[in-house]
Design a binder for this molecule. Structure first.
Ligand SMILES: [Zn+2]
Length: 134
């Protein structure tokens, strides 16, 4: 497994240091999920490993910059989503819970005129919910 993670990092243009391979492995172990830097940092600690929060944060930014994770800024936090499938997000404003919704569950019509010299990369939708107040 570390071997294939190493290859994956290299294919994404990231030098596969031992720490990066280890962090990507931890992220992948949890399947498709949303992680904050603090959460991953705690998991690192639970494995008995010692990395700084800055190292964890830098790796997450590096991974998301290379397209291995998707960065989602919502609420007061930054999440890193490991679900590689095309999807949007639903955010519960009361609990701060972030969940995936399949791209196929939303129908978007029309796209804005793009500035000259640009191409459409992706549209991210965040559907915000909260419980009714009775
Ligand atoms: Zn997601």
């Amino acid at each position: 497994m570390p071997e294939s993670l190493s290859v994956e990092l290299q294919a994404s243009g990231i030098r596969p240091t031992r720490q990066r391979v280890l962090l990507l492995g931890l992220i992948r172990q949890g399947g498709a999920r949303h992680l904050s830097a603090e959460q991953l940092y705690r998991e690192v600690g639970q494995q008995g490993l010692r990395l700084s929060l800055a190292t964890v944060y830098n790796a997450l930014n590096l991974f998301s910059g290379a397209g291995l994770l998707r960065r989602v800024d919502v609420g007061e936090r930054t999440w890193f989503c490991s679900n590689p499938d095309d999807h949007h997000h639903m955010f519960d404003e009361a609990t701060s819970e972030l969940t995936d919704i399949p791209a196929s569950s939303l129908r978007l019509e029309g796209t804005p005129d793009l500035p000259d010299g640009t191409e459409h990369v992706r549209t991210d939708v965040i559907v915000r919910v909260r419980k009714f107040k009775l």
